[in-house]
Design a protein. Structure first.
Length: 201
């Protein structure tokens, strides 16, 4: 959809530039106060901190709980999980092609899936996941499960999902500072961030 489309990538660049420009005002949806559901959060549920038994998928252990907060924003952990599914784990699973990393030829499919998932906001479910390529399909089925949970914890207080997508925007841009994350996925992080911003404008 957008791979090779210089105008679309230029728009993406301008959207991000506008957000981080010196003395630029935050978009209204990021600066307006609204209710958010608070509760127990891990604070850093990244793949290295989630231990799953290979024989019992529901037997999950969380470690490294230094950022635990009993009154944290529940959507924050979920947004971090979505980010990691897309920008850390996608295409690294057993049986994934090439170097167990996102194939650059899959960027158009990824962009299309991301554009659609952002447009649906908290109504995105596993049923909306693309059917191919396999790595993108698996990732977006998981994204659908995360969004379903985010919708539940947001309840009636945040039907638009502003808090969830503000957290997702933060964690998505945060991935740019990690050197192990491949440049292809950092490019996709910028695309994703721009999609979030534009969807709420």
């Amino acid at each position: 959809m957008f791979s090779g489309d210089e105008q679309k990538w230029a728009q993406c660049r301008e959207t991000i530039k506008k957000l981080v420009a010196y003395k630029a005002a935050l978009p209204a949806w990021l600066s307006e106060a609204s209710l958010v559901t608070l509760g127990h959060i891990h604070g850093d549920p990244n793949p290295r901190n989630c231990l799953v038994s290979s024989h019992k998928a529901n037997d999950i252990r969380l470690i490294d709980c230094g950022d635990y907060n009993s009154q944290g924003r529940l959507v924050s952990d979920l947004a971090l999980m979505e980010r990691d599914v897309k920008l850390v784990l996608m295409a690294t699973e057993q049986g994934a092609p090439t170097f167990r990393e996102l194939d650059a030829t899959q960027i158009p499919e990824w962009c299309q899936a991301e554009h659609y998932s952002i447009s649906k906001r908290l109504d995105y479910t596993p049923a909306f996941a693309p059917t191919s390529p396999p790595s993108v399909s698996r990732a977006y089925r998981l994204v659908g499960l995360v969004r379903e949970r985010a919708k539940t914890v947001s309840g009636g207080d945040d039907k638009e999902g502003r808090h969830y997508f503000a957290a997702l925007l933060y964690w998505t841009l945060d991935v740019l500072k990690y050197s192990p994350v491949r440049s292809t996925k950092k490019l996709l992080a910028l695309y994703s961030a721009a999609e979030i911003i534009r969807n709420f404008e």
